[in-house]
Design a protein around this ligand. Structure first.
Ligand SMILES: CC(C)(COP(=O)(O)OP(=O)(O)OC[C@H]1O[C@@H](n2cnc3c(N)ncnc32)[C@H](O)[C@@H]1OP(=O)(O)O)[C@@H](O)C(=O)NCCC(=O)NCCS
Length: 178
């Protein structure tokens, strides 16, 4: 199996959700049973990277996916040097709610590709509707070390997970003039 060129919106008719396996049950369940419902409900959008070739059932396998949603954080959760520059009400952020790679591709660079594409997607949204930062809630220590590698910093504990963030000003450095 090889991955296609572009991330596109999840489509139940075209994308084979059942064959997706990233090794984490919670993320597997999310793509199989919740991602499409959440899009229909208007609370998040899931983008998938389909396989280049269809499966025998004529659907494309999902090689990787990410889900994004608008959110907000408490100003007090931010480091004091950042918080002092912001007004005293909730701070708008983009939530990178899920990101996962099919285990067949682990270690082949697709996690990095997926993260960069997700950041670029949110950077483009930021041109129309501003957010202060991108936040991620890490399911495991391994996820935390993956995001740390790319510059995300620990923000707080949130629902038993470590919440990390990257200011949009840092994201800008990745894509401005590139
Ligand atoms: C985390 C995940 C997305 C990484 O995907 P991947 O395709 O294996 O990662 P890549 O091959 O693109 O690795 C890119 C770089 O990150 C590093 N890396 C990968 N996983 C890492 C981890 N868990 N911790 C630290 N570094 C990691 C690689 O060593 C590589 O570094 P290099 O460029 O210096 O060689 C993938 O393992 C996954 O889907 N896991 C299950 C779901 C999950 O935990 N998602 C996180 C969101 S909650």
């Amino acid at each position: 199996m090889s991955w296609g060129k572009a991330f596109i919106e999840l489509n139940k008719l075209d994308h084979d959700r059942n064959s997706f396996d990233c090794g984490e049950d919670e993320l597997n369940t999310f793509i199989k049973t919740q991602a499409a419902k959440h899009m229909q409900a208007g609370i998040s959008r899931t983008m998938v990277l389909p396989s280049a070739q269809p499966l025998l059932n004529k659907k494309h396998a999902i090689c990787a996916f990410y889900s994004v949603a608008p959110s907000s954080i408490s100003r007090e959760a931010l480091p004091a040097n950042l918080a002092k520059k912001l007004p005293k009400y909730p701070v708008p952020v983009f939530l990178l709610a899920q990101l996962a790679v099919h285990k067949e591709f682990h270690g082949s660079g697709l996690g990095k590709v997926s993260l960069v594409r997700a950041l670029k997607y949110l950077w483009d949204v930021n041109h129309h509707m501003r957010a202060y930062a991108i936040v991620v809630d890490c399911l495991t220590d391994s996820a935390q070390s993956f995001y740390s590698k790319y510059g995300f910093e620990v923000l707080c504990e949130h629902n038993g997970r470590t919440r990390m963030f990257m200011p949009m000003k840092t994201v800008a450095q990745l894509f401005e003039n590139n």
